[in-house]
Write a protein that binds this ligand. Sequence first.
Ligand code: GUN
Length: 287
Amino acid sequence: MSASLIDGKALAAKVKSQLVESVAQVKAERGFPPGIAVVRVGEDPASKIYVTSKKKTAEELGFGSWEHALPATTTQAELLDWVRRLNADPKVDGILVQLPLPKHIDSNAVLLAIDPAKDVDGFHPCNAGSLFQGRPALAPCTPSGVMRMLEEISFSPAGKKAVVVGRSNIVGRPMAALLINASATVTVCHSKSDVAHEVRQADVVVAAVGISGLIKGEWVKPGSVVIDVGMNRGPDGKLSGDVEFAAAKERAGWITPVPGGVGPMTIAMLMSNTVQAAGPNCGRAKR
Ligand code: GUN
């Protein structure tokens, strides 16, 4: 048996097309569209590519879209001033400070300064806490994209065994929270875990560790769903995931490719979060 592929590129396009109506509605109601401001500090080449892509997608959807490219010498106080200005700007519904920040800036202090109602990354402890308590929240984009993929293949996590490999604040932890909220039985693995043992029992595996091929194909439970969040660039410049794709594909029921799997979903869900942030629930919470 060979797994069916989950096409993240196609699904991301569908998610974006489904936002068009909500964008028009926001615009009709208040006279201006959802708006996102992306702040980038320094010259990290990967960050430049991500930010350009986020801005382009926002413009395609007719959002207000602002990119603030600040020099690497920007001080923490200056960056905090930017965040405060964007918090106060009514045209800005979503604020994203691209990570990583230069070493002289405390990322945590910056993320804490973002108005939780404009925190379209879902990284503020208020949103992380609300998500963990099963309350409405802006949820991080990559794990939200994974949930959207599961929905698309009609995989209901309720009562299923889900194994999340990786415990980062950006993917692993919020992924576990979303799966708990969807009534899965969730195990989170990390460097001290017996990953093989856990993965062998998983109905759905989400791999988010950043180590190419860490998840062996032979561990995959036949018929299960394998979601690979890994984006590892090899010495040859080729992208690979955290899962041994060819071998896993022979056992899984569904699997995401790398590239073209989870990656495109992240930006689509960022746009979805921005529309959510422009809506009445987040709007009321704004400072
Ligand atoms: N750097 C890499 N991925 C992300 C992301 O999703 N959000 C932000 N703010 N920075 C990132």
